[in-house]
Ligand binder design. Structure first.
Ligand code: FRU
Length: 533
């Protein structure tokens, strides 16, 4: 490096390193960090290489931890590690070194982490509670040798805020009982009423509940699910938590369950159940059932790109939110998407609420309020009828590449309306997210949104979702981030998350009305700042 450049670059190094750290290396000029084509600008993505499920999400000492399934040597799936990042606001992330490496017991598959406040495990030091991670070991040689019991649960602990981890010498803590090939993804919670730790994990077509007093010795409590929900694929990544029902004095238990394939629009997706957990077994409410004829499950998100999501552990009581994050991809094509330096991102962190609707108890998802800290250039749209279209680029001057929109529509009496938001570029590629009153469904259409030849399963069909709300006003809350769209319709009653890969960044946005007549009763738009600077 010549001297002048060195003089300029060295004072900047701390800032450059705090950035996305990709593709440059320390000492190299990486001012282009995280600006590759298709790189999300306000979603979490790994600095480089392969990522899948979020893991070990726990809040401790002011930090939200995010671990993730990671293969540091390639941009496709391989021997799994736990990558690691922390955030103090759920929006900006600091990348940390890999937390868990494969060992002689196997690869480190998905799992969770807890703060062991009462040091039940005895792993604590100096009166401080340890962080304990609970994960699945996947023993590849055992699988290759034709055994079925190659997955089992192990634990590790940290006494330095999740920076350094020690695997427990007594692993595995839950051996593979019953010779079940799919025996994985433990989520652990403290169950106050029965004063014990509860582990829920997936076992092919059901979940298992195990209990423990110390996180080390576990006993089997019960099974759930063989006769419940959707079974179009293998069950994975469960989560179990209590949630207060909004505006009612009751609390219900929520069981999230990812399934692959078998999602409502194909491939990977997440279903859920609402019911009761008594410290031993989970019982769904008698009235809990899908609202749509022919559907077997109630889905958290109808888009194709929200999988293996679970919620943060140990969110302080004063906060009280149930915070969720999913992997923004789908096993149908995750390993083939057209990004090279890294592969895939997480969804926006979301706050989950439980409401009683006319269809029964339902989860509502909304982006966390912290996201608003990225807003700039607020633009209000004039209310009024929209005839055929409203040019959002011209009205707001904002780039649709990084944009948030809140739009409230009231269809006028007459022909059923078909309307929504379209992003496009000079190549004629376009993405549409809309609502069709004739079918009563929202839709997300990436069939013409750019590259899709990498997988025949990617751009084949328009994705649709039933509208749950019966309100007259149809509310779109949209977040667009370079290569993804998240629709939180009607305060999060219907959610769709989809990724796309235009060959040139989308530069134009409009509201379109293809059929019927629509009144825009409220419209707001924001540019969202990137998180890596
Ligand atoms: C879900 C999943 C998990 C497993 C992990 C492996 O996407 O298949 O069941 O633990 O990914 O990377």
């Amino acid at each position: 490096m010549n001297k002048t450049i060195a003089l300029l670059v060295f004072p900047l190094l701390p800032f450059l390193l705090a950035a996305c750290q990709s593709p440059g290396r320390p000492g190299e000029n990486n001012s282009g960090a995280c600006r590759e084509p298709h790189r999300p600008q306000f979603h979490f993505s790994p600095p480089e290489k392969w990522m899948n499920d979020p893991n070990g999400m726990v809040f401790y000492d002011g930090e939200y931890h995010l671990f993730y399934q990671h293969y540091p040597d390639s941009n496709v799936w391989g021997p799994m590690h736990w990558g690691h990042a922390v955030s103090t606001d759920l929006v900006h992330w600091e990348h940390l070194p890999i937390a868990l490496y494969p060992d002689s017991l196997g690869y480190i598959f998905s799992g969770s982490a807890v703060v062991d406040r009462n040091n039940t495990s005895g792993f604590g030091q100096d009166g401080k509670p340890p962080l304990v991670a609970i994960f699945t070991y996947h023993n590849m040689p055992a699988e290759k040798a034709g055994r079925k019991d190659f997955q089992y649960q192990g634990i590790a602990y940290s006494n330095d805020k999740g920076r350094g981890w020690t695997k427990y010498a007594g692993n595995p803590v839950v051996p593979n009982t019953g010779n079940i090939r799919d025996f994985r993804d433990p989520k652990v919670i403290w169950h106050e009423d029965s004063q014990q730790w509860i582990m829920v994990f997936a076992a092919y077509d059901h979940v298992k509940f195990w209990g423990s007093k110390d996180l080390k010795k576990w006993e089997h409590l019960s099974d759930f699910g063989k006769e419940w929900g959707s079974h179009g694929g293998v069950w994975e990544c469960p989560d179990l938590f209590p949630l207060k029902v909004e505006e009612r004095g009751e609390t219900k238990w929520v069981l999230l369950l990812s399934i692959n394939p078998g999602g409502p629009n194909g491939g990977s997706a997440t279903q859920y159940f609402i019911g009761n957990f008594d410290g031993k077994s989970f019982t769904p409410d008698a009235s809990f059932s899908p609202s749509v004829k022919g559907e077997k499950a109630v889905w958290l998100d109808y888009g194709r790109d929200n999988y293996a999501g679970v919620t943060w552990s140990d969110i302080p009581k004063e906060d009280g939110r149930r915070l969720f994050l999913g992997w923004m991809s789908n096993w149908d094509y995750a390993q083939a998407v057209p990004t090279e330096a890294w592969r895939s991102a997480m969804t926006l962190p979301r706050s989950l609420e439980l409401r009683k609707t006319q269809a029964g108890y339902r989860l509502f998802s909304q982006p966390v309020r912290e996201l608003a800290s990225l807003r700039e250039n607020t633009r209000a749209l004039e209310p009024g009828d929209i005839q055929r279209q409203l040019d959002l680029t011209q009205k707001t001057g904002l780039s649709p590449a990084q944009m948030e929109l809140i739009l409230e529509f009231e269809p006028r009496p007459g022909a059923p309306a078909d309307f929504g938001v379209e992003l496009s570029n000079s190549k004629g590629e376009r993405y549409r997210v809309g609502y069709n009153a004739a079918t009563g469904r929202f839709y997300s259409d990436r069939t013409g949104a750019g590259q899709h030849a990498f997988s025949e399963k990617f751009g084949a069909a328009v994705h649709t979702a039933p509208r749950l709300s019966t309100g007259k006003t149809i509310r779109f809350h949209l977040c667009f981030d370079v290569a993804s769209a998240e629709l939180f319709a009607d305060e999060g009653a219907t959610v769709m998350t989809d990724i796309f890969f235009p060959t040139e960044t989308f530069s134009m946005a409009k509201i379109y009305v293809d059929k019927g007549r629509v009144n825009l009763v409220r419209g707001e738009a924001w540019a969202l700042k990137r998180i890596w600077d």
